[in-house]
Design a protein around this ligand. Structure first.
Ligand SMILES: [Zn+2]
Ligand SMILES: [Zn+2]
Length: 315
């Protein structure tokens, strides 16, 4: 547990850094502060992990400009590795050569996955049979792997490109922080390419999942909470909750998709595989942001009665 003075000290330094955002002194002082765990809430691990993975992406791209390898199809992994190795050797002349080789290998491996990902692009061309296979693999209860939303029967027809498949009527009410259904595509089943995870062994096909159109669009190719702007940009007059700040949609997708289970204080077994999950503020007085977010099933959702609103009143 942190004490009040620790948290107050940290907020004070952050205040100075934010008000003098271009002052090196204030920023280096803040950077030297220990961030109190209590202030990060129960998702502190995700906040720290996403910051670390963002730094790793910058580190790797700062070693080798990945865009060049994406554009120039002649360049392969061996070129990338050789380039990285000479950059790293120049940077760290005192590293023993076996350790340097291993570092180059690890950096090249991460960078190469990104190169392949960008070369491939997001458009996946699958045959009708492959689409069918993906759908039937997810039966029964085909759902979005990021939010748990169960697809309606009309989504299946469109996913399988059946000629007679029309959109069913849009929903009368949508979740105010995840307004899925304002456009018809939101409710569609789409294919998301989950990135290959470290450890390897995943075949292409195992990396394809069904995502709802809303999650897929919001997630786009973002990887970390920090890929969304840091402040809640919009306030909204909710008919029951009053004025509330709407969270960045990427936060919602990321938090539900990674947490993946209901966090009801007394315990609950609901998981993404079998239930749609929602995000609500842990402290109802506070804004729904990554330090104040919790994941709930519909039964334990403290906003259960109020989160759904007519789509027309949302900004
Ligand atoms: Zn979804
Ligand atoms: Zn629950």
């Amino acid at each position: 547990m942190d004490n009040a003075a620790t948290i107050a000290g940290w907020v004070n330094h952050a205040d100075r850094a934010l008000t003098t955002a271009w002052s090196r002194d204030a920023l280096t002082t803040l950077a030297a502060q220990f961030v109190p765990g209590d202030a990060l809430g129960s998702l502190g691990w995700l906040l720290r992990a996403d910051a670390a993975s963002t730094w790793a992406r910058w580190y790797v791209e700062g070693m080798a400009d990945i865009g060049r390898y994406v554009r120039d199809q002649e360049l392969g992994l061996a070129h990338l590795y050789a380039d990285l190795r000479s950059t790293l050797r120049a940077e760290h002349p005192l590293f023993p050569s076996d350790e340097l080789a291993e570092l180059s290998r690890v950096v090249a491996s991460l960078a190469w996955k990104e190169v392949l990902h960008r070369r491939r692009g997001r458009r996946l061309r699958l045959t009708p049979r492959e689409r069918e296979e993906i759908w039937f693999r997810s039966e029964p209860g085909a759902h979005c792997y990021l939010c748990g939303y169960k697809f309606r029967p009309d989504a299946k027809g469109r996913f399988l490109r059946r000629a007679d498949s029309r959109h069913a009527d849009p929903p009368m009410l949508v979740d105010c922080v995840r307004p899925r259904g304002r456009v018809a595509r939101d409710l569609d089943a789409e294919i998301d390419h989950v990135r290959p995870v470290a450890g390897g062994g995943d075949t292409e096909r195992d990396n394809l999942r069904l995502a709802c159109g809303w999650c897929n669009r919001v997630k786009s190719r973002y990887m970390a909470l920090y890929d969304a702007p840091a402040w809640s940009p919009t306030t909204f007059l909710h008919p029951r909750l009053g004025l509330i700040s709407l969270p960045q949609p990427l936060w919602i997708v990321r938090i539900v998709g990674v947490r993946g289970r209901c966090e009801a204080p007394l315990g609950c077994s609901a998981k993404l595989a079998d239930a749609e999950l929602f995000v609500a503020p842990r402290r109802l007085e506070g804004a729904l942001n990554p330090t104040n977010a919790a994941v709930y099933c519909s039964e334990h959702d403290p906003w259960g009665h109020v989160r759904f609103v007519g789509p027309g009143i949302l900004p």
